[in-house]
Design a protein. Structure first.
Length: 65
């Protein structure tokens, strides 16, 4: 939605289209993950999940037992 030119086609998402009509709304891409600390935490979580899966364990952040 944000990485292509939709000026000819328009926006198919009704909620987003309505939000964009308000002068006090600014729509930005979510970039909260893009810090050194966040990327490090994501990498550690991913590697720990893979190791726990390899051992046959349920990951610490597993939603199902």
């Amino acid at each position: 939605m944000f990485f292509e030119d939709l000026s000819q086609r328009g926006i198919d998402d009704d909620v987003l289209a309505r939000l964009l009509t308000f002068p006090n709304v600014l729509v930005t891409a979510h970039q909260g993950f893009l810090t050194r600390e966040a990327l490090h935490a994501i990498a550690l979580t991913t590697l720990n999940n893979a190791l726990q899966w390899q051992r046959g364990d349920c990951a610490e952040n597993c939603l199902t037992g």
